[in-house]
Design a protein around this ligand. Structure first.
Ligand SMILES: [Cu+2]
Length: 170
């Protein structure tokens, strides 16, 4: 019964579509047309760069390269196990020409603001929050200009043991 019904429906559909195949074709073409347009922004999706840190106080990547005009997404993950108060990590991207060491020295007294010193805040291009173990956060750097951007973890003493890197944009 059901089979016969659906067969009838199918036949009806064929009969109906047979009435105006010429109308149907441009309509389908129109419907399909926006698809490539919608897909066009896809290449602009930011390149994702994964950076990790752990209890050894090192970034897995100490050099990142990007092209001028590029937008990148940095996904930063603290894979460590020690508590945030003892071994928190952040990833702070500074403007070209900034002194990462001076920034981190000032950061030591900035516990209240997650080790982002108010006095040097203007040097920050982007930063994650201070992350505890197994936490992850992303930052997006849009339309990068050429230059060398130092990045650091500003948790006390982490810069001194080498928790730093550079984003080179050319
Ligand atoms: Cu750190």
């Amino acid at each position: 019964m059901n089979t016969r019904c659906s067969l009838l429906v199918s036949l009806l559909a064929i009969a109906l579509s047979g009435c105006g195949p010429k109308d149907a074709t441009p309509a389908a073409a129109k419907a399909a047309a926006p698809a490539p347009a919608a897909a066009a922004p896809a290449p602009a999706a930011p390149r994702v760069i994964e950076i990790t840190a752990n209890d050894t106080m090192k970034f897995n990547l100490t050099t990142i390269e990007a092209k001028a005009g590029e937008t990148i997404k940095i996904v930063f993950t603290n894979n460590g196990t020690l508590p945030k108060e003892a071994m928190g990590h952040n990833l702070v991207v500074l403007k070209p020409g900034s002194d990462g060491g001076a920034f981190c020295a000032a950061a030591m007294a900035a516990k209240a603001t997650d080790y982002i010193p108010e006095s040097l805040k203007s040097q920050v291009v982007a930063t994650t929050a201070l992350l505890g173990p197994k936490k992850s956060e992303e930052i997006i750097l849009k339309d990068l200009k050429a230059g060398e951007y130092p990045y650091v973890c500003s948790f006390p003493a982490h810069f001194a043991v080498g928790m730093k890197g550079v984003l080179i944009v050319k």
